[in-house]
Design a binder for this molecule. Structure first.
Ligand SMILES: Cc1cc2nc3c(=O)[nH]c(=O)nc-3n(C[C@H](O)[C@H](O)[C@H](O)COP(=O)(O)OP(=O)(O)OC[C@H]3O[C@@H](n4cnc5c(N)ncnc54)[C@H](O)[C@@H]3O)c2cc1C
Length: 634
């Protein structure tokens, strides 16, 4: 590293937590099914009956036109092969209004509900996940959503019509030194006459190579991290690279440099220092778009598995009739039904706006990204050698070019971006233990004095005296509980009992580890994963009952899913107290200290003198701009 290179910020763990905590929305103004679930209160009434979507003939019409377009005009295989979304696809989608799906009609958008928007993403993503990611990054995290929630009327008027008409936007938070931990943010916005001057380098911005409007997170001295709308071709911006990945080959993802970029003060979104709060709030519903892509992948996987497993005969039977393969097919079908049910339910309760859905959206993001990956992995296995072969190669040999390996590769990133699984565990766990932290906060705070501790002790005593008895009994113990769900009632009784057990387990953990609980990531991860299974079980039961007339076979999938989920939940409950967590932490420390380096012997490491995380030099770009300008339609 040269001396002029910018060094990573020196941020302690405590500071990093403080920044994340300050950005957290701590208030709950509306009821939350997820929050209650973790507190041992199974509030089925918040999600049942299945909320009926508002009739939207215009949205149905849009979906029909979108489907016709993606069927006839979008070539997913070509996008994968060329690692490029053709200009015509940008134009075609713009003509349909797809860049304005989430933008209100008064600004030229379609004003779709979350449900219709996610259906559109599932549809597009099933043909090309890269195009799905383009649309989702543009409106779930790009300029439209933050402006919708936090933008001033003037900002909405200035920018939203452009975006609805087909201009592309991107969201730029990540930097070489800033991944999951935004406290290290190095991009600076210095106040100058009439606005701010931005300097910094942003990494991995999806749509960054094509976007004409950007949301940029930058640190304003003494004010904190702030969100700005920035014109993509403002002087001083250079798109330095288009990045390449394991999957999503068509993604237009950039390294973008800001050198003395002037941004007028009216482009600050939501006020100085509000950047992280904006990012987190945007993601409350923004997180729904990623599971929409997972649902698409699940549906594609099911279709391929069904056709292939019936046709391919080995050892005297179609492979789908061998038990080992049959189990995988059943898993794919049940899990796809569950991902879709969870997503649709989360969208519907977001749309009817009666509930706070931040926990549900986070649970469905976590669950769908993890489970879709397993679904695709099982699909590859079912396809045998053909599962590992590229679609073009299959086609060249005269076989059906099914894209199992691409589905797997394209899905992998979902467990990392928009909140990695590890960060989602912590984020949801923070809400799950919030009740305990807010009553016991000062008891476990090492900096609190004796007086504060005593007052907190009294508060906690009163809270637990009321709360703990409610965890002893519930409707899940009554044999006739939830009888209106017929054969699925037993599953809901299980969810009710398991929810109370979950809360009791969290309480025991809190009493045992107190403030150290936040470091017990193995334990917290399992608590959250159990919560996700319980939410998924609830969603499938409520949906199956709602659709019992038009789709009675849904109850079979709901039952199957619940049985599979229950086994997973029970294994997680057992592992709460019987695990190798402490041993693993010790072993990892030893690995990091080099104690087991002998295990790496006998392999060759390619030589490199490059750093694991590259620093960056402030100043003008020293490489050419590789921005891709989409020409207007001819
Ligand atoms: C294809 C792609 C598209 C992207 N698009 C965008 C975009 O449009 N805009 C944007 O701003 N960013 C984008 N990103 C960045 C993405 O959001 C980050 O990759 C993600 O936030 C994780 O950060 P990181 O990769 O630096 O991982 P790190 O933060 O370095 O984490 C490394 C590992 O440690 C784990 N970890 C980190 N902290 C903790 C902790 N406290 N406890 C437990 N585990 C922890 C992580 O889960 C991960 O497994 C994109 C990335 C990719 C690859």
């Amino acid at each position: 590293m040269t001396t002029t290179q910018r060094k990573p910020a020196d941020v302690s763990e405590k500071q990093a937590r403080r920044v994340a905590e300050a950005a957290r929305e701590s208030e709950w103004r509306k009821p939350s099914f997820g929050k209650e679930l973790f507190l041992g209160r199974f509030r089925l009434d918040l999600i049942d009956p299945w909320p009926g979507p508002e009739p939207r003939p215009d949205a149905d019409d849009f979906l029909a036109r979108l489907e016709a377009y993606v069927r006839s005009e979008m070539d997913g295989a070509a996008i994968e092969r060329d690692a490029r979304i053709p200009d015509e696809v940008f134009h075609g989608l713009a003509r349909l209004g797809a860049f304005g799906m989430k933008i209100d009609k008064e600004y030229g958008g379609l004003g779709l509900s979350n449900l219709h928007y996610c259906k559109a993403l599932t549809l597009v993503g099933s043909v090309s996940p890269a195009v799905g990611a383009l649309l989702s990054a543009h409106q779930s995290i790009g300029v439209p959503q933050p402006l919708k929630i936090f933008g001033s009327p003037a900002q909405k008027k200035a920018f939203l019509p452009r975006l609805a008409a087909g201009e592309v936007s991107a969201f730029l938070l990540t930097e070489p030194d800033v991944g999951s931990d935004p406290a290290r943010l190095g991009t600076v916005a210095e106040p100058v006459e009439g606005g701010y001057r931005l300097n910094g380098v942003k990494l991995w911005a999806t749509n960054g190579t094509v976007a004409t409007l950007l949301v940029v997170m930058a640190r304003v001295p003494d004010k904190g991290i702030t969100a700005f709308v920035v014109e993509g071709d403002a002087p001083g911006i250079t798109v330095e690279r288009r990045n390449e990945f394991l999957g999503l080959r068509g993604l237009e993802n950039s390294v973008t440099r800001f050198h003395d970029v002037f941004v007028p003060e009216e482009n600050v979104i939501g006020g100085l220092g509000k950047g992280l709060r904006i990012a987190l709030t945007t993601l409350n519903t923004g997180r729904l778009s990623l599971p929409a892509m997972c649902v698409g992948a699940g549906k594609r996987s099911l279709g391929i598995a069904r056709e292939w497993s019936a046709q391919r005969v080995q050892w005297g039977r179609p492979v789908g009739q061998h038990e080992a393969v049959a189990k995988k097919i059943a898993f794919i079908a049940a899990t796809t039904y569950a991902m879709e049910s969870m997503l649709d339910l989360s969208c519907l309760i977001a749309d009817d706006d009666r509930n706070d859905i931040r926990i549900e959206a986070a649970l469905v993001k976590l669950f769908a990204s993890e489970m879709a990956w397993q679904v695709a992995d099982e699909l590859v296995q079912i396809r045998g050698g053909r599962g590992f072969e590229k679609a073009d190669s299959l086609s060249a040999r005269g076989e059906r070019p099914s894209e199992a390996e691409q589905i797997l590769r394209d899905l992998r990133i979902n467990r990392i971006f928009e909140g990695s699984t590890e960060i989602m565990h912590l984020l949801i766990a923070r809400e799950a233990v919030d009740a305990h932290l807010s009553v016991a906060g000062d008891i476990i705070d090492p900096d609190a004095g004796l007086g504060r501790k005593a007052r907190a002790g009294a508060r906690a005593g009163a809270f637990y005296a009321r709360w703990l008895p409610t965890l002893a009994v519930g409707r899940g113990q009554t044999p006739a509980g939830y009888a209106e769900f017929g054969p699925l009632a037993a599953h809901l009784r299980y969810v009710e009992r398991a929810s109370r057990k979950l809360a009791r387990s969290t309480f025991y953990a809190m009493s045992r580890w107190q403030g150290k609980l936040e470091r017990k990531q193995g334990f917290l991860g399992r608590i959250v994963d159990i919560g996700a299974e319980l939410y998924a079980m609830s969603a499938v039961c409520v949906r199956a009952r709602a659709e019992r007339r038009e789709r009675p076979e849904g109850a079979e999938l709901a039952d199957l899913f619940c049985r599979q989920a229950r086994l997973r939940a029970e294994a997680l409950f057992a592992a709460l107290w019987d695990n190798t967590d402490a041993l693993d932490v010790k072993a990892a420390r030893r690995v990091l200290d080099g104690r087991y380096a002998f295990l790496e012997e006998g392999t060759v490491t390619p030589p490199s003198d490059k750093a694991w995380v590259a620093g960056w030099q402030p100043g003008p770009a020293t490489v050419d701009d590789v921005r891709r300008r989409i020409p207007p339609p001819s």
